[in-house]
Ligand binder design. Structure first.
Ligand code: AMP
Length: 213
């Protein structure tokens, strides 16, 4: 099963993707994680996108489609979870073509619905494990008191450079202008599965399970 997790920044896409990886053996493809890796390892492309990401703008379609093209060729275990991709109609068209070229298809698009106030609160409290990508929240899921990630034991707690209010405002604007049209696009294709993303992590996970069955 190949699925897209669609929703604004802070909707909980990464958190739910990790749960799907654990429970269903799916493979998470997060273009945000791939771009941050490129930035941290100092590649030419990473240097070019660093400023764009810090501002909260979208990276070019060409770059992100190129990243996904490489990954889609590989093994997909229990299926791919596209997390943060596609974010534009051009990316959505490209994904459809890439999947068709490799004899695969898209099964469902889970739209995670969360209101804007909740997004701001979540994002400003968010941290991520540098070892495994596990997502923490200062209030609802704090970093363990022993200083070690509960999932992998790493002590590398990170806050994203773009998790600040200015950048978040711009990321939300980009979402509403360029990404939200995908809701209609996938609805028309009969793939859309809306889920309330506001509840506790386990409740949202159960809602996604139900939407996928
Ligand atoms: P994310 O981790 O998904 O919140 O992505 C962080 C940042 O990476 C975004 O604000 C964009 O600058 C960039 N990015 C990630 N995925 C995409 C995409 N599919 N298209 C364009 N830019 C992206």
């Amino acid at each position: 099963m190949n699925i897209i997790l669609l929703g604004p920044p802070g909707a909980g896409k990464g958190t739910q993707a990790h749960i799907l990886v654990e429970r269903r053996g799916m493979v998470q493809l997060s273009t945000g994680d791939m771009l941050r890796e490129a930035k941290d390892s100092g590649t030419e492309m990473g240097k070019r996108v660093a400023e764009v990401m810090a501002r909260g703008d979208l990276v070019t379609d060409e770059i992100v489609i190129g990243l996904i093209r490489e990954k889609i060729k590989g093994a997909n275990g229990g299926g791919f979870i596209f997390d943060g991709f596609p974010r534009t109609l051009a990316q959505a068209d490209a994904l459809g073509e890439l999947l068709a070229e490799t004899g695969q298809s898209l099964d469902a698009v889970v739209e995670m619905r969360v209101d804007d106030d909740a997004l701001v609160a979540r994002i400003t409290a968010r941290s991520t494990c540098g070892g495994c990508g596990e997502v923490y929240n200062d209030i609802t899921k704090p970093w363990p008191a022993d200083g070690k990630c509960a999932n992998c034991g790493s002590t590398d707690v990170r806050r994203r450079a773009d998790d600040n209010e200015d950048s978040l405002r711009q990321r939300l604007m980009e979402y509403y202008k360029k990404t939200s049209p995908l809701i209609g696009y996938y609805h028309a294709k009969g793939k859309l599965r809306p889920v309330d993303g506001l509840g506790e992590i386990d409740e949202v996970a159960a809602a996604i399970d139900a939407a996928l069955s």
